[in-house]
Design a protein around this ligand. Structure first.
Ligand code: SF4
Length: 463
């Protein structure tokens, strides 16, 4: 063996050991662990001080690879960037790790594992309250966005849930242990004057609230009530310019200026008073706004909102909105560019799981699901803006699945009733999710999870 070879670290097969350890890493005197293939024992304690971390930039040995440090609590991990990052992630774990820093929001998935008590109740055949309810507060709107699903939901001007029914319902949600309400779906929530009092009451009874709004009619005199009590407010905005706003939302260009001013004012109040409410923008992606993606990503950063999320457009089971999902395949680069505007305080994210459905086989693209039964509706319920309760939005107005009216029956009694559970059972028993349902409905992620739970593989104890 040459002197040169003696200097190299050889493994037990006589091959040169590859190591990422810098030559000058501090060595432990009484080592307890070995690192990778190396026989060199590194003193990890010594590596945790600032200076040692800086030195360890010498880890940057393989060509094209960069190192980034990630700290969580008192631990520091290494993320190797560069070529390695280009490869597909080999598993579907979405939680935080050194390589996958924690997601601030989970736009593209579900959070069911944080509600195991409800899952257990379901498995035991008990009656339980929904974890979350999406609820319309009106059945009309002040804009006419070209992508709006409400066009297939019998919108009627002036129709909305009454104040007393709404406030009683909120009290019942508190009593039942409903964990969150989203004033989302059907019409524009700010057109219901009871919105603000409902939000304050929900916080008092321990129910989280949020809303999706076009923002134009937010009563700024009640801004503190919203920001103090809501977990998040999402502005439905699918344009970053005045002209794009007119085109997609079919509203006046001056309304774009009005909305921008309101969002700025809300961001200012939130910061001044230290309110926790998350403020975000959501674009419903349709071909008419492909050119607005980057302007809106920039606008979100300027406004100081917390996020800008880009989602697919949900079409009905009869494809009444007429979305050609193949068009989404053309904009992957634009969406990636938009995501590059993210920084520590601003997240830009496309909902890739659903946007990429366009690259699935035509079977899945046209609505075929990766599960056969819908079990999700008792966990995630949807209520129409006129106070009528149905298991899910796509089935609003379908009498067979009508559960009751909040103007006539208390929500508490409804959830305890046989009718409520018979309707959910009817959904599970008779709906063909591949044909009868809107493509990628709200309960889709939850359904996939529950289907998996209901259909375990063999040997589940071998985790
Ligand atoms: S899968 Fe079908 S029945 Fe179930 S929530 Fe979605 S649209 Fe409704």
């Amino acid at each position: 063996m040459s002197d040169n070879e003696k200097d190299k670290q050889m493994n037990r097969f006589g091959h040169e050991a590859k190591t990422m350890i810098p030559d000058d890493a501090p060595l432990a005197r009484n080592p307890g662990h070995k690192l990778r293939t190396s026989n060199v024992i590194v003193n990890r304690k010594a590596l945790t001080d600032e200076q040692a971390l800086l030195d360890s930039y010498k880890l940057d040995k393989p060509t094209g690879q960069k190192i980034q440090f990630y700290s969580e609590g008192n631990q520091t991990g290494v993320i190797r960037l560069g070529e390695v990052e280009e490869h597909d992630v080999p598993n579907q774990f979405t939680g935080p790790s050194y390589r996958n820093p924690p997601q601030r929001f989970r736009f593209d998935g579900h959070k069911m594992m944080h509600h195991l008590d409800r899952i257990q109740a379901w498995q035991n055949g008990e009656r339980f309250a929904p974890i979350h309810i999406d609820m319309g507060l009106t059945k009309f709107c002040n804009t006419a966005c070209i992508y709006c699903y409400a066009v297939v939901q019998n919108m009627t001007k002036g129709t909305m849930i009454g104040r007393d029914a709404l406030l009683n319902y909120i009290r019942d949600c508190g009593k039942l242990g409903v964990r969150s309400l989203g004033f989302i779906g059907d019409g524009e929530p700010t057109l219901n004057p009871a919105l603000y009092d409902a939000t304050v009451l929900a916080a008092e009874v321990g129910v989280d609230t949020s809303m999706a709004t076009n923002g134009l009619l937010i009563d700024m005199d009640r801004a503190h009530d919203l920001l103090k009590n809501m977990s998040w407010i999402r502005f439905n905005l699918s344009a970053g310019t005045r002209e794009g706003f007119r085109r997609v939302h079919q509203s006046k260009e001056e309304n774009f200026d009005l909305l921008v001013e309101k969002i700025k004012a809300l961001v200012k109040i939130k910061k001044e008073y230290g309110y926790k409410c998350t403020l975000g923008l959501q674009m419903v992606l349709v071909p008419e706004c492909f050119d607005e993606v980057i302007p809106e990503a920039k606008l979100g950063a300027e406004l100081g909102v917390d996020y800008f999320v880009i989602k697919h457009c949900s079409d009905s089971e009869y494809k009444e909105i007429g979305i050609n999902y193949d068009e989404y395949l053309k904009v992957g680069d634009i969406l990636k560019e938009a995501e590059s505007y993210s920084n520590d305080s601003y997240v830009v994210q496309a909902k890739w799981n659903k946007i990429n459905a366009a690259s699935e086989s035509s079977l899945y693209k046209n609505g075929f699901r990766k599960y056969d039964v819908c079990h999700g509706t008792p966990f995630l319920l949807q209520i129409s803006g006129n106070g009528k309760v149905y298991p899910c939005g796509p089935f609003f107005n379908k009498e067979r699945f009508y559960i009751g009216d909040l103007h006539e029956t208390s929500f508490f009694d409804m959830v305890m009733s046989d009718r409520y559970w018979a309707v959910h059972q009817d959904i599970a028993n008779s709906v063909d999710v591949h044909k009868d349902c809107a493509i990628g409905c709200r309960q889709d992620y939850v359904n996939k999870f529950l289907w998996d739970l209901k259909n375990p593989p063999e040997h589940i104890n071998f985790i």
